[in-house]
Structures are given as C-alpha cells and as structure tokens.
Design a protein around this ligand. Structure first.
Ligand SMILES: [Zn+2]
Ligand SMILES: [Zn+2]
Length: 360
C-alpha cells in the first residue's frame, strides 16, 4: 500500500510502498483511511523540523489528523463494527507515569510518549491502519484539531470555576464573556466555534483581508473579525476592550506575549500555538509579571488531548451541524490526492482554511 513518508530532519516527502498491516491481537481494529488533514505540524515536519522515525527505521510515515472506516475488528472489540466511521487518536503513553496509566497520555510526565505521524510511530497518511480499540474515537477529520481546542478551553473554564466566585456559582459563566482567538487557522476557527456554542462573545484576530475565507467563516457563526494590521494585539484593549478569555492558535511568540495586554482583570489565557524557530524576543519581564500578579491572571499552555476531549469534540461537531449545517464542512477548502501531497503542503493562501488528503 502507498504511504507518504519523510526522513526526519531533512526537507521533502516521498511516496513509499509499505506492507498492508493486519490484525495480530484480539483488541485491534483495522481501518481504511478515507482522508487525513494537514496542519502546521506536518508543514514543520516536511521542512526538516520536529519529527522522529520509529526505532530502527530511517523513514517516518507522517499524518495525524485522520478519518477512516472500519474494515476488520479483532475478536474482543465491542465499540465498533465493520463499516463504522472512526478516528484513531495520536499520542501513545509511556506506560510508566501516573497520567499515562490513567489514560491521560496528553499529560505524560516522563516525556517518553510516542505520537503517530510525529514522534517514533508511523502516522496515518496511508491506505490502511491497524491499532488498538482503546485508541479509537468517533467521526470526522476535524476531530483531532478540535480535541486540542476542547482540552484548552475546558482547562480554562475549570480554572475559572475554581478561581472566580462568579464562575463557580454560574455554570454558564462563559455566556456573554468576551473571548479573543488569535490566529484563524483551523484550530483558531474551531476554538471560535466551541466558544460560540457556549454563548461567548467571540472576536477572532488575524492579518488577512476581511473578505477572505477565514473572516467570512467566522462571521457566519456570529464572531467578530479583528484585522491585526489595523488593530495590533497591544491595542485590542484600547480599541475593542479587555478580554475575559484569550486563546492563541497563532504560534507567533511575539504576538503571544503582546496579546497579554488585551487580557482583562481575573482573565485566563490559553496558548495552543507552538512557535517554530529560535528568534530571540525582547519582553518587558517585570511589567508582564506585575500584570499577571496584580490582575489575577493565568497564562496556560496546552498540548494534545485525552479521549474525553475527543468525545466533547464529537458532541460539539454534532451541535455545530445542527446550528450551522454545511458551513462546518466548508472549513475544508482544499482536497488533494496523495500524489499531490508535496503541492498541498507548500500551497497555502488566505483562501485556504483546511487542506486534506483524500485516500478513499
Ligand atoms: Zn495537526
Ligand atoms: Zn507517561
């Protein structure tokens, strides 16, 4: 079967032939891959950045945002049957630390975890995949990026419920809260969607024209677009007002720090964007720490997701479809065949939101 592989640490991709995997234990599920999303992590990997091949292998099959159909199940599998649609999660725990043993590899404490398509395990840009039932979740190629968003926002809301007397007695604290999401790629727009579903007043910041695809998508779900070229992050507070919740999905370190200016008293700030490179950055350290302390603020980083976050994502996708219908699917703007992969990772315009490789 065909697969898209890289040699970690080098630039470029290649299409390789791999033996089709088969079920070898009763708790395994074999799926036929239907489509796989492409994100910033894939772009970093194919340009020689963060990625590791499996032990003893030179190549790594990439891809971690998959959508597939079950074609065969092991004898002990109960949650899915042949024909069901499903996704496999990405991270596999170290089997050593408490979070991993509790099924929360996203909070691994040893750092010895693996990730399919990223770190030490082959990924999903291929025709067939076999893995254990416990790593399986339901529906949709947007599930993996959505699970990242669900985790970050849930952590922020839980923190607020513990910290703020108002949020503690008001389960719907987020309703009407002012939230700013920076970086309107798929993760940012999905964050806007999740916050709109919870009743927040949502602002999305990017640096593209107001009539391009991402601001338009945001507009339809009731969000307000902020053009960062006219309202830089450090003027959001002055021009639009302070934000109770900030979500960063930009991966631009300078912006991530500048955004702190927009955070309201008692506010919480979730960062999911991972800056690439090592550009030095000057920050006003004393001023920043002073603000965090005197304004009771939390700045929190969040990566990967647990099974519960995939389930929250599935529920939210269902709600979003009821409310906005086909508009949700319109997040996928570009579809390519596997042979066009090289083109799909380099072509990225303001009109592009989510790119996927169609396998079947
Ligand atoms: Zn991704
Ligand atoms: Zn662990």
């Amino acid at each position: 079967m065909k697969a898209i592989a890289i040699i970690p640490g080098t630039v470029g991709t290649r299409i390789v032939d791999r033996p089709e995997p088969s079920i070898t234990s009763p708790d395994e599920v074999k799926v036929k891959v239907k489509r796989v999303g492409i994100c910033g992590t894939d772009r970093e990997e194919v340009s020689g950045g963060r990625a590791d091949a499996p032990d003893g292998q030179k190549e790594l099959v990439i891809g971690h945002e998959m959508f597939s159909q079950v074609v065969e199940v092991g004898t002990s599998v109960t949650r899915v049957k042949v024909g069901d649609f499903a996704v496999f999660t990405v991270r596999r725990g170290c089997d050593q630390c408490a979070p991993c043993l509790m099924g929360r590899a996203d909070m691994c404490q040893t750092g010895n975890y693996k990730e399919r398509g990223i770190r030490g395990l082959d990924g999903y840009q291929t025709e067939f995949v076999v893995d254990k039932e416990q790593h399986l979740e339901a529906v949709g190629v947007l599930m993996e990026p959505l699970s990242i968003v669900e985790k970050g926002i849930e952590e922020a809301l839980r923190l607020q419920a513990v910290r703020s007397p108002e949020a503690a007695i008001t389960p719907a604290w987020i309703v009407g809260c002012r939230c700013l999401v920076a970086g309107l790629g798929p993760v940012g727009l999905l964050a806007c969607m999740v916050l709109r579903l919870r009743g927040a007043d949502v602002f999305g910041l990017d640096v593209v024209g107001v009539t391009s695809a991402r601001p338009k998508w945001l507009n339809v779900i009731g969000g307000h677009y902020v053009d960062g070229r006219q309202v830089p992050a450090d003027q959001v507070d002055k021009k639009i007002g302070p934000m109770d919740l900030l979500v960063d999905a930009s991966g631009i370190a300078a912006l991530e720090f500048n955004l702190l200016d927009a955070l309201a008293l008692n506010g919480v700030y979730v960062i999911t964007g991972i800056p690439g490179g090592d550009h030095p950055l000057q920050i006003q350290g004393a001023e920043l720490v002073r603000q965090l302390v005197l304004d009771n603020q939390v700045m929190l980083g969040s990566v990967n997701a647990a099974h519960g976050h995939f389930q929250m994502g599935a529920d939210d996708l269902f709600q979003a479809h009821l409310r906005w219908g086909a508009h949700i699917g319109a997040l996928i703007t570009n579809r390519y065949s596997y042979s066009q992969f090289a083109e799909s990772v380099t072509h990225h315009s303001p009109e592009t939101i989510k790119e996927v490789i169609e396998w079947a």
